[in-house]
Design a protein around this ligand. Structure first.
Ligand code: NAD
Ligand code: UFG
Length: 364
């Protein structure tokens, strides 16, 4: 396996950085493209802060970092012309649900056009192995639980972000139908949370967090006053919504298994695979687990439902076990304590206090 080259798009982000760490540790060579729209880079550095820390944690180097956009086809062409790429791992994309409702064209342009460019360049250079970041959002509100990969997709997507994932999966299915040698694994993540056990890399939300775990950690650290729990009148044990939370390090291992699979086996065609634990927790259960794991109280109040929220979503995770020999091994306590460690060590995420002062001064 040594020396196999993976091209990772969007590697500086939350999921990408944890996965690159896993790839480096396991002997893959990595080249990266990221347009820096959702990560932090400090003046004078060639790498975003997340990837500097990944190199530090692994003691290994990323072969090349390209500051660039997937929609730049000339740039993609030159990357593929100059490197012997074996597998592509495609994380790059915009992912804020609310923003996608306000700016649908930005989402379709970035996520769809960027991916089509990538697929066209892969085809030109005969690179036919791809692992794609999809989402449980493609299932919408499920009619039954747990959710298997055979459930219908696309029908109940409530926002343009979710629709880009659905549309891209359909495009990838057509690519595989037209070219039987292609091998694409679309990993449908449930709710990735937590951080690397070192607490040195983690999730850096932009502004007020939209997702549950980063909101909890910001309340716990005192950046925000209280958590708003969106609705307690759902048909669940305590009335709050159920989700399948998954440790980010387990998610990273899932990607490693996926590249091992498409690289080592004859695995042609398009394959959608759920990555989840198979177990759901309510919002109040997550709050309690966080308090137990950290000893820190999380003040919250119940408010109205958030539009578009499904009542309960959790995976049937058996296919990942059968096909990838992957199973989540870390529990909710571990997810909470690692998220907390990251938040405490990095109260400003990847931005140091000095950086924030510099940013404020530069705006005067
Ligand atoms: P992230 O925003 O932290 O990382 C995405 C990275 O892609 C960022 O560093 C950004 O700068 C880069 N990027 C965006 N558009 C680009 C473009 N056109 N060209 C080059 N780089 C670009 O997001 P994440 O949480 O790491 O998510 C990674 C992928 O996983 C995304 O596709 C996301 O939709 C998907 N996903 C994430 C979650 C989650 O909960 N985090 C759940 C399901 C699916
Ligand atoms: N929640 C709160 N208060 C908050 C934030 C969230 O009560 O401040 C609740 C939500 O109502 C939901 C649960 O916590 O019941 C989880 O919400 P998240 O926003 O963390 O996660 P979602 O399941 O809504 O969606 C996320 C991403 C989607 C992605 C999906 C599956 O936002 O883009 O996970 O990966 F598709």
């Amino acid at each position: 396996m040594m020396g196999r080259l993976v091209f990772v798009t969007g590697a500086a982000g939350y999921v990408g950085s944890h996965c690159v760490l896993e790839f480096l540790v396991n002997g893959y060579d990595v080249i990266v493209i990221d347009n820096l729209v959702n990560c932090v880079i400090t003046d004078g550095n060639e790498l975003p802060e997340s990837l500097i820390r990944v190199q530090h944690l692994t003691g290994k180097k990323i072969k090349q970092f390209i500051d660039g956009d997937l929609r730049d086809s000339h740039l993609l062409d030159s990357i593929f012309a100059n490197n012997d790429i074996d597998v592509v791992i495609h994380f790059a994309g915009l992912k804020a649900v609310g923003e996608s409702i306000d700016k649908p064209l930005l989402y379709y342009d970035n996520n769809i056009i960027g991916t089509i460019n990538l697929l066209k360049t892969m085809k030109k250079y005969k690179v036919d192995k791809l692992v794609f970041s999809s989402s449980s959002t493609v299932y919408g509100e499920p009619e039954q639980l747990p959710i298997t990969e055979h459930f219908p997709t696309g029908q109940n997507c409530t926002n343009p972000y979710g629709r880009t994932k659905y549309m891209l999966e359909e495009i990838m299915k057509d690519v595989c139908r037209a070219s039987p040698d292609w091998s694409i694994i679309s990993l449908r993540y449930f709710n990735p949370v937590g951080a690397h056990f070192s607490g040195d890399i983690g999730e850096q939300p932009n502004g007020e967090p939209k997702n549950l775990m980063p909101y909890i950690t910001q309340v716990a650290v005192g950046v925000r006053q209280e958590l708003k729990v969106f609705g307690n009148d759902y048909k669940t044990s305590d009335g709050t919504c159920i989700r399948d939370y998954l440790h980010i390090e387990d998610l990273a291992v899932g990607h490693l298994k996926a590249i091992d699979k498409i690289y080592n086996n004859n695995f042609p065609g398009f394959h959608a695979i759920n990555l989840g634990t198979g177990r759901g927790y309510t919002v109040l259960e997550v709050i309690r687990a966080f308090e137990v794991a950290t000893g820190v109280k999380v003040p919250y109040k119940i408010v109205g439902r958030r539009p578009g929220d499904a009542c309960a979503v959790y995976a049937d995770a058996r296919l990942a076990q059968e096909v990838l020999e992957w199973k989540a091994t870390r529990g909710l306590q571990d997810m909470c304590s690692s998220a907390w460690k990251w938040q405490q060590k990095n109260p400003n995420g990847y931005r140091s206090k000095i950086n924030i002062v510099q940013i404020l001064l530069s705006k005067l």
